[in-house]
Design a protein around this ligand. Structure first.
Ligand SMILES: Nc1ncnc2c1ncn2[C@@H]1O[C@H](COP(=O)(O)OP(=O)(O)O)[C@@H](O)[C@H]1O
Ligand SMILES: O=P(O)(O)O[C@H]1O[C@H](CO)[C@@H](O[C@H]2O[C@H](CO)[C@@H](O)[C@H](O)[C@H]2O)[C@H](O)[C@H]1O
Length: 482
C-alpha cells in the first residue's frame, strides 16, 4: 500500500467537516480553472475564468482515511468569466454541479478522471477526481436515490412505488452530451446535470406529467435529486433524474447518419417520428396550461429572437453579414398578428432534435422522446412557458438538415434532396398524429427555424467550434429567404 505521507496529504480525520472549511474553494480554484475548459459540458469555452463562488458543499461520503477509498464531495459552484455571457445566461456566471472524488491515492484506472491535487487547504495533496467517471462513487449516488432522504442542502426523492434494485453497477454513458448520464445495470439511467439553473428542470417536470397522463412515448422518472434553495418559498434546483434505460435502442441521429451513409430513404422512420411528436404534444396540451398568442405576444417573441440574433452576432463575428436577412424572418413574425389572428401555445419539448429520439431495433414505429430540458442556454422561466408547438417541428427539421450536411456525404445534392423528402415526411406524420399542420403557419415556421439556426451558431461556437459551418450553411439559406 503506498505511504499516505508520500503524497504530502494531511490526515482528514478529526478536522472540521469539509463543507465548512473556508479555504476549500480557494484551494480547488486553480485546478478547476484548468480542468473546466476541457469539458464538453462547460458552456463558457473561449472566455477567461476570473473567479468562483461556492454556493454549497456537501460531503456525500466522508473519505480519504489513510489508504482508504476516495470520499465523495458535492459542490455547486458559480463560475465567473471575463466577457459577457450570451443572451439568456444568468447574471453573475453559470452554475455547475461538481461531484468530486477525494482520496489520498488515485487507482491507476481512474487516472483520466484526475482533476489535480490542491496545493493547500483541507484537501492539500489529495487526489481530486471527477466522481462521475468512478463506478464505485456512481454506485453511491444510486444508493442515495434508492434510500431517499436529505443530506446537507441535497434532497433525494424516489417516485412512490418505484423500485430501485440495490448494488447495480454504474458506468458513464459514452455519448456526446451536454450533461453526464450514468447507466446502471443496463436497466436505469441517471442524468446528472452539469450546468444547473435554479428551479424545477423541465427534464424532470415534463416526463413526470407525461407519465401521469399515461403517454408511453417518454421514459417515466423513477427518482431524482435536487438542491434546496437558500430563499424560502423558491423552487428547489433539479440536479439529477433517474429513468428506465431503454436497452437496444439507437438514437435518431445514428439512424439518420446510417441511412445517409447507405444512400437509403428515411421517410418512413421520419413519418413515424412525426406521429410520435404529435402524440407527445397532444398529451402535453391536455395536461398543462395552454395560451393563445396574439399580436402583443408575437411581437414580444419576435423581439426576443432579434435580441438573441444581436447578442449572438456580437459573440460570433461570422454571423454579422447575415443579420439583416435573418431579421426579416423575425419582422414577418411580429407583423403576423396584425390581422387579429391568434396562435395556440402549449408546453413543448423545447430542444427537439434527432439525438433526443430513441428507437428499438425491433419496432420501427416505436419512437421515444427524451431530454425535455429545453435549450440549456435559455433562462428556465422562458423554457417553461407555453410556446407554439411548431417550434419543436422547426427544430426537428433543422436536425434533418444537420444530418444531411454533417453525414458522410456532407451536403451533396443527393443528401440535400434526402433532407427535403425527410422533412416533408416528418411534417406529414405530424399531421397524421393529430398535430396542427406546420405549413399553415409559415411565418412562425420560418421565424422558429431561423431562431434555432442562430441558437445553433452560438451553441457550436461555445461547445463544438468545428461544427460551426453546419448551422452557418442554414444561416446563409435562411438569410436569403430560403
Ligand atoms: N431512457 C434512456 N434509455 C436509453 N438511452 C438513453 C435514455 N435517456 C438518454 N439516453 C442516451 O443518453 C444520451 C444523452 O441523453 P440526454 O438526455 O440527451 O442528455 P444530454 O442533455 O446531456 O445530451 C442520449 O442521446 C441517449 O443515447
Ligand atoms: O445536449 P442536448 O442534446 O441537450 O442539445 C444540445 O446539443 C446538441 C448536439 O449534441 C445540439 O444539437 C445540434 O446538433 C445535433 C447533431 O449533433 C443536431 O441534430 C441538432 O439539430 C442541432 O441543433 C442542440 O442544439 C443543443 O441544445
Amino acid at each position: 500500500m503506498p505511504d499516505p505521507a508520500s503524497t504530502g496529504a494531511p490526515p482528514r480525520s478529526g478536522g472540521p467537516p469539509l463543507a465548512a472549511t473556508p479555504d476549500l474553494l480557494s484551494s480547488l480554484a486553480p485546478l478547476l480553472a484548468d480542468w473546466l475548459p476541457g469539458r464538453r459540458w462547460f458552456a463558457g469555452h473561449g472566455r477567461l475564468i476570473t473567479g468562483f463562488t461556492l454556493l454549497s458543499a456537501t460531503e456525500l461520503l466522508p473519505g480519504a482515511a489513510a489508504g482508504g477509498p476516495p470520499g465523495l464531495l458535492h459542490l455547486l459552484v458559480r463560475v465567473e468569466q471575463a466577457t459577457a455571457p450570451a443572451a439568456g445566461a444568468p447574471p453573475g456566471g453559470d452554475c455547475y454541479q461538481l461531484l468530486l472524488g477525494v482520496g489520498r491515492e488515485l487507482p491507476p484506472r481512474l487516472a483520466p478522471a484526475l482533476i489535480g491535487r490542491p496545493a493547500g487547504g483541507p484537501l492539500r495533496g489529495h487526489a481530486v477526481h471527477d466522481a462521475l467517471l468512478d463506478g464505485r462513487l456512481c454506485g453511491l449516488l444510486l444508493e442515495r436515490l434508492r434510500l431517499p432522504g436529505r443530506i446537507g442542502v441535497l434532497d433525494f426523492h424516489r417516485e412512490a412505488g418505484a423500485e430501485i434494485p440495490p448494488r447495480l453497477p454504474g458506468r458513464p454513458l459514452a455519448a456526446e452530451q451536454s450533461h453526464t448520464s450514468l447507466v446502471y445495470g443496463e436497466t436505469l439511467i441517471l442524468k446528472v446535470f452539469r450546468q444547473v439553473t435554479p428551479g424545477l428542470n423541465p427534464d424532470l417536470e415534463l416526463p413526470r406529467v407525461l407519465a401521469g397522463a399515461g403517454c408511453p412515448r417518454v421514459p417515466a422518472p423513477v427518482a431524482w435529486f435536487e438542491a434546496r434553495p437558500p430563499e424560502r418559498g423558491a423552487e428547489p434546483t433539479t440536479l439529477g433524474v433517474l429513468q428506465p434505460y431503454l436497452p437496444g435502442c439507437a438514437d435518431g441521429w445514428q439512424l439518420a447518419l446510417a441511412a445517409l451513409a447507405g444512400r437509403a430513404d428515411f421517410t418512413a422512420p421520419a413519418r413515424a417520428l412525426g406521429r410520435a411528436t404529435a402524440e407527445v404534444h397532444t398529451a402535453l396540451a391536455r395536461a398543462l396550461p395552454t395560451a393563445a398568442l396574439r399580436r402583443p405576444q408575437l411581437e414580444s417573441i419576435a423581439a426576443g429572437m432579434r435580441a438573441r440574433l444581436e447578442s449572438t452576432a456580437r459573440a460570433v463575428p461570422g454571423l454579422r453579414p447575415y443579420r439583416a436577412g435573418l431579421r426579416a424572418a423575425f419582422d414577418a413574425l411580429a407583423t403576423a398578428g396584425r390581422g387579429g389572428g391568434s396562435w395556440a401555445a402549449q408546453r413543448i419539448h423545447g430542444d427537439l432534435h434527432l439525438g433526443q429520439t430513441l428507437r428499438p431495433a425491433r419496432g420501427p414505429g416505436r419512437w421515444s422522446l427524451i431530454d425535455f430540458e429545453g435549450e440549456p442556454a435559455r433562462p428556465l422561466a422562458e423554457r417553461r412557458r407555453p410556446q407554439p408547438a411548431v417550434r419543436d417541428v422547426a427544430a426537428m427539421l433543422r436536425s434533418f438538415d444537420y444530418a444531411a450536411r454533417s453525414g458522410p456525404s456532407g451536403g451533396d445534392a443527393w443528401s440535400l434532396e434526402w433532407a427535403r423528402r425527410t422533412r416533408e415526411a416528418y411534417c406529414r406524420g405530424y399531421v397524421e398524429g393529430g398535430g396542427p399542420d406546420p405549413c399553415a403557419a409559415p411565418e412562425l415556421m420560418r421565424a422558429y427555424e431561423t431562431d434555432k439556426a442562430v441558437y445553433e451558431v452560438l451553441y457550436e461556437a461555445r461547445h463544438r467550434p468545428d461544427w460551426l459551418p453546419v448551422p452557418m450553411a442554414a444561416v446563409r439559406r435562411l438569410a436569403d429567404g430560403g
